[in-house]
Write a protein that binds this ligand. Structure first.
Ligand code: WT7
Length: 647
């Protein structure tokens, strides 16, 4: 059995849930979901209270998910207005800029109210109404949160596109949801360098098909062209509008946001989250999983371009009246001490980051951490990918001073909030284990081939969820068939997460990684098919196959096998060109780490690429290739091994 780290007794005694409380609440949540969520649905202020709670079906061909369906509410009112009477002068958002010498901003709930109302009025003036889509392509600045909340306030559906995505990727998403407005900024400073967001957006607009306007935030003051009649400066428009904007009454099942995410096939899909269930679940997980208490300073280091930023920088914390820290920079600028200096300066109580950042920082030496006063830290969290025990132990001992429980939170863009995680006061965490399901979540291990539930443990198989939870995605934007096919067709009657898992002898859960053609690069999800289609879009490329391989810092690296068009020369220059090409097509996070020239790819006689073999070679584990006798031409394998890039 692996080590288990029990929470300090005092922390457990004061936590929202100790072990007995967790057990009691979990049992109640699965015994009678309607009663449990009727009770916890009250944590949100409803305009018209719901009378129905759960109405969900996982039947392939007829999947339908509704929670609190006759209730009405407004999320911005829940995240702002309802706090004004009691905490109007409390800081809602602490903003820490990229430049460590620039002053941090403290935005109170009152100020947040005014900013959000103004931006909501500007969006209205630009023609945005309830149900319209607004794309955000933003730096990590408070205006990103204002824009999300402004949309929520007027009932517009936001779709945040990560600022690291390319113009092409942005255009695809703007067209995909037919956005009325794109909100962006002149430039995004990160790590001392400025990304030209507005210029990228201009490039994207060359292939935007609708009549889309642009709202531009002045962040750096960099010199950028504005297009007359299309582009609006936020600061100019704001000067013309009121700082009051009544919140729109929304149905619990009205969409709140769309977030594009990668899958094993096709182009990224627009994950749709709705209003009532999402905010109940995001706020409740934020409170219990991080043991958030009034007055705590909470810091999630994710970008608002990912679901983690939606649920745990903006919506969960603000619904709870929390102080949430938003950081514009990167962990290694100006040096590897930045995270810890920010923790010290703002007396951060809960710190939530990705294993890839920890692995990178761990390699720089402990001094960057230990020279900072981290005594304010109480809870540490990780998210996005499996954490290796070495990084876990380092986090626990060096960052947390062996005093702070670590919550390793397993969840997905699709799940809206945490699905499995230890609760800090309830569970003795084992390094690398996601431990226990959150309230209302019913995970099962299925035998991959038969789809039978495995009820004995220890066991291993594919991870599915048996029944709905409030913040589950409702559909794929514009394509309910694809939603059903992706998540409900492989294992009938279950939500299939795409991950493998183990349940150990104590019944604790371990995530073993994706079982589909999705790879996880530095906690970012990447469909291998997307990288392949970017590669074959290059005129010199005939075919490509992309797989993941273990990477010390990134978790997984991107390994591409490329076959060139007949007559093309296999040169190092072209290799570099292809890397940069993918970077341009999708964004820096998709750039292949290794490209292997593959004049031949291992295929079955029916022409199917045998990825299992390619994965093994990329892992430098070619001794165990298994059966290659079904290959049309087994000799290509020897050649690939001979020229492998990862040695
Ligand atoms: C995939 C979801 C919502 C979190 C940010 C990523 C992997 C996520 C863990 C964890 C092991 C994890 C899974 C999952 N993953 N958290 N704690 N331990 N794996 O969201 O981009 O939707 O990716 O990230 O493989 O399916 P995402």
């Amino acid at each position: 059995m692996s080590n288990a780290y029990a929470p300090p007794a005092e922390l457990a005694a004061n936590a929202h849930a100790d072990e007995a409380k967790y057990n009691e609440m979990y049992a109640a949540s699965v015994a009678d979901p309607d009663a449990f969520w009727a009770e916890h649905g009250k944590r949100i202020d409803w305009i018209k209270p719901f009378t129905k709670v759960k109405n969900t079906r996982f039947d392939f061909g007829d999947v339908s998910i509704k929670w609190f369906e006759d209730g009405t509410l407004n999320i911005a009112a829940n995240c702002i207005d309802r706090h004004l009477a009691t905490r109007g002068t409390q800081t809602a958002i602490i903003w820490e800029p990229d430049d460590p010498t620039a002053e941090a901003q403290h935005i109170t709930y009152q100020q947040l109210h005014a900013h959000v109302c103004k931006m909501a009025n500007v969006l209205k003036d630009m023609g945005v109404t309830k149900g319209d889509r607004v794309v955000l392509y933003m730096p990590m600045i408070p205006q990103a949160a204002y824009a999300m909340l402004a949309c929520a306030r007027i009932g517009a559906i936001h779709s945040v596109v990560f600022g690291g995505f390319s113009p092409d990727a942005l255009a695809a998403r703007v067209n995909g949801c037919d956005a009325k407005v794109v909100v962006t900024a002149d430039e995004a400073p990160r790590g001392g360098r400025n990304t030209p967001l507005k210029t990228n957006a201009d490039k994207a607009f060359e292939s935007v098909t609708g009549d889309t306007k642009m709202l531009v935030v002045k962040r750096t003051g960099g010199d950028i062209p504005m297009v007359e009649g299309r582009d609006v400066w936020l600061h100019e428009a704001e000067a013309q509008v009121s700082d009051e904007c009544p919140p729109e009454e929304m149905n619990a099942e009205d969409p709140l946001f769309i977030l594009y995410t990668s899958g094993s096939t096709g182009a990224p899909k627009g994950v749709v989250h709705t209003t009532g269930g999402y905010i109940v679940y995001a706020s409740m997980t934020h409170q219990y999983v991080f043991d958030y208490k009034d007055g705590d300073v909470f810091w999630c280091t994710a970008d608002v371009g990912w679901v983690t930023g939606h649920s745990y920088i903006v919506y969960g914390p603000l619904a709870n009246g929390a102080t949430t820290l938003m950081f514009e920079g990167v962990p290694t600028y100006p040096d590897a001490s930045r995270f810890w200096q920010v923790c010290e300066e703002h007396k951060v109580n809960q710190f939530y980051t990705a294993p890839t950042a920890l692995r990178a920082l761990m390699g720089q030496g402990d001094n960057y951490v230990t020279k900072c006063d981290l005594s304010s830290l109480r809870i540490l969290g990780t998210v996005g990918e499996p954490i290796n025990p070495e990084a876990w132990e380092w986090y626990y001992k060096v960052v947390g001073g062996s005093r702070c429980p670590i919550v390793d939170t397993w969840w997905q863009t699709e799940t809206g909030g945490h699905m499995m995680t230890p609760l800090p006061g309830a569970h003795a965490a084992k390094p690398g284990s996601a431990m226990k399901p959150f309230f209302g979540v019913q995970p099962v291990v299925l035998e991959p081939q038969s789809g039978e539930e495995i009820t004995t443990y220890p066991c291993e198989g594919v991870l599915c969820i048996k029944d709905s939870w409030p913040s589950q995605m409702r559909t794929v934007w514009g394509d309910h068939e694809r939603f059903m096919k992706t998540y409900f067709s492989d294992y009938k009657g279950y939500y299939f997460a795409g991950d493998g898992c183990k349940r150990d002898e104590d019944g604790d859960w371990w995530i073993t990684g994706r079982v589909d053609d999705v790879i996880n690069v530095s906690g970012h999800r990447m469909g291998t098919a997307e990288v392949e289609s970017a590669l074959v879009a290059h005129p010199a490329v005939a075919e490509s196959a992309v797989v993941g391989y273990p990477h010390e810092i990134k978790g997984q690296g991107i390994y591409a096998y490329v076959t060139l068009m007949a007559g093309q020369e296999y040169t190092d220059e072209l290799r570099t060109e292809l890397s940069n090409w993918v970077r341009k097509e999708i964004g820096p996070i998709a750039k292949p780490d290794l490209i292997q020239w593959a004049p031949g790819l291992p295929k079955t006689r029916s022409g199917k690429i045998m990825r299992r073999i390619l994965r093994k070679i990329a892992e430098n584990d070619y001794g165990a290739l298994g059966d290659t006798s079904t290959l049309a031409d087994p000799s290509v394998v020897d050649e690939l091994i001979e020229n492998r890039m990862n040695r």
